[in-house]
Design a binder for this molecule. Structure first.
Ligand code: SF4
Length: 163
């Protein structure tokens, strides 16, 4: 493992994106960042730049307006990366399921590694699953399994080859 991978292992950076939820899940994320829970003690930092992020934390049912942005954010993140879908909306649309303006969940747009159930999930559940996300990230880094399925993922995302 190279020196940069060692540093990243200790401090995965998070990119949070709300794809059209009610903000209930986002308030729980803010609680996790506040002093009472202080998720930064695990080395996690909330960043706004996909190129610097290791974990994509998505809330909301994925509206049609947000789906292309979500796909682009995912593609701009460096490998290995982990996607965490938080809340019932991110699972399958939740209370917005089958509305005219939603895609019914994150999994219909990009691959998801970790699910956090609930509406809204408790902060403790968020912290638990983020620790799981770090473990998955470490496993992906070690086994380079993201390379095995890379072509399928790129095809699913509808990315055209530059050649
Ligand atoms: S899962 Fe519940 S709290 Fe979270 S965005 Fe959807 S409706 Fe809001």
């Amino acid at each position: 493992m190279g020196i940069f991978s060692k540093f990243r292992k200790k401090s995965p950076w998070i990119l949070h994106y709300n794809t059209g939820g009610c903000n209930g899940c986002d308030i729980e994320i803010l609680s996790a960042l506040a002093p009472r829970y202080d998720i930064e003690r695990f080395g996690m930092l909330n960043r706004g730049n996909p190129k610097q992020a290791d974990i994509l934390l998505v809330t909301g049912p994925v509206t049609k307006n947000c789906k292309d942005v979500l796909r682009r954010l995912y593609l701009e993140m460096a490998e290995p990366k982990v996607v965490v879908a938080m809340g019932a909306c991110a699972h399958g649309g939740g209370i917005f399921r089958d509305f005219y303006h939603v895609e019914n969940g994150v999994n219909s747009i990009i691959p998801v590694d970790v699910w956090i159930p609930g509406c809204a999930p408790r902060v403790e559940a968020l912290i638990d699953e983020m620790v799981e996300a770090i473990e998955i990230w470490q496993k992906k880094s070690k086994e380079k399994e993201y390379l095995k399925d890379h072509e399928n993922v790129i095809n699913k995302l509808g990315v055209e080859d530059d050649d």
